[in-house]
Design a protein around this ligand. Sequence first.
Ligand SMILES: CC(C)(COP(=O)(O)OP(=O)(O)OC[C@H]1O[C@@H](n2cnc3c(N)ncnc32)[C@H](O)[C@@H]1OP(=O)(O)O)[C@@H](O)C(=O)NCCC(=O)NCCS
Length: 194
Amino acid sequence: MLEEEYNPRRRVPRRPRPSSVPPLEEEFRYELRAATERDIPYLLEIYNHYVANSTVTFDEDPLTLKEMREKFRLVAKLGYPWIVAVSPSGQVLGYSYVTPWKAKAAYRFTVENSIYLGPATTGKGLGTALMAATLEQAKAAGIKEVVAVIADRGAEASIKLHERFGFRQIGHMGKVGFKFDRWLGTVLMQRSLK
Ligand SMILES: CC(C)(COP(=O)(O)OP(=O)(O)OC[C@H]1O[C@@H](n2cnc3c(N)ncnc32)[C@H](O)[C@@H]1OP(=O)(O)O)[C@@H](O)C(=O)NCCC(=O)NCCS
């Protein structure tokens, strides 16, 4: 007698078959609102992710809470937009704001814009929504020109996003930054709000 006749084979329970109907993609829901001081730690967390892991920002050391707060207060004092996207549960998903392009007085109608989404929320149209709201509010605040300074490597999504909003490339500075052991340049893009 074969051994298996004494020890009948164990029946392996059937795995549930994959359903032919794919699960419904969960809808990506968020709302935009003005950022508040309470958001600052979350803004910092998002930004510092890119400091540590990417060349989209040329900062190499994490920003401190104090530095982020100072930036936030300057923007608030000037009446410029700083907008956050939040999930239905209130989690900060990303943000966008503008700061003065330069301190000298004649530059007062020109700003630089910045936009950062949490790594899990990119590529879903959120950048588009934040950019639209930021430009609209910047215009309402009297801004006439917006300049974007974008890394020339690793920031393809940002360049695409700015192009979509009518930013035109107005310059390219090569090898002005050095991060992660390589030289980096910046692409300058500009959009008029007049
Ligand atoms: C840049 C950023 C704000 C864009 O926002 P987003 O929500 O990811 O972009 P959207 O889904 O709204 O898409 C905007 C455009 O970028 C394109 N895009 C998105 N992700 C991309 C990627 N990884 N590579 C190339 N293009 C990309 C989209 O196809 C779309 O182009 P289209 O208008 O021609 O279709 C976001 O990706 C981000 O926060 N990235 C990391 C931080 C960063 O780079 N900040 C900017 C610093 S200058």
